[in-house]
Write a new protein. Structure first.
Length: 167
């Protein structure tokens, strides 16, 4: 399991660097804030993994990336609702981020299946959950920025069908 944690530490370190670079290149303030917010999650993941690797007893906090991102959208919603335009580089950053998170999910699921201790199982389950939320955030952002009109049609059913009875 030590090897899985070492690989996870490298993955999280790479993600932190990538999200910083993506934020630096992103002109759209919502996208920039999104990358920086997820980067903070990855820093926390790195800290948890490092502590496990060192054998320190830690408690995995129940943090929700979706709540963090919701706050970003709520604070910047007026700006976000202006005409959205993304450069090809920004769209590519969201596409790459989605793929990175998908690969992270697959890695952590494999690590979970090979976990030897309860502490490792809890950690990998938590990381899977958070990386799934990151994947959803980036995938949905890519869809929104690349095809805003259809995103609203699919994500905001009430605009198309006059309201959803289950909402």
């Amino acid at each position: 399991m030590t090897n899985a944690i070492e690989v996870a530490i490298k993955m999280e370190t790479d993600a932190i660097k990538f999200y910083k670079a993506a934020a630096d290149k992103t002109k759209n303030s919502v996208g920039k804030k999104m990358f920086l917010t997820v980067r903070e999650d990855e820093k926390r993941h790195l800290n948890m993994l490092t502590q496990i690797f060192r054998g320190i007893d830690i408690t995995v906090k129940d943090v929700s990336p979706m709540k963090n991102i919701k706050t970003v959208f709520e604070t910047l919603k007026d700006e976000m609702m202006k005409k959205v335009g993304a450069t090809d580089d920004e769209l590519e950053a969201f596409r790459i981020a989605s793929q990175m998170e998908k690969e992270g999910i697959e890695f952590y699921k494999k690590a979970l299946s090979e976990a030897k201790t309860e502490k490792e199982r809890i950690l990998f389950e938590r990381l899977i959950k958070e990386e799934e939320q990151h994947y959803s955030i980036f995938s949905n952002s890519y869809s929104f920025l690349s095809d805003t009109g259809n995103w609203f049609m699919w994500e905001e059913h009430s605009i198309v069908d006059g309201g959803t009875p289950w909402a």
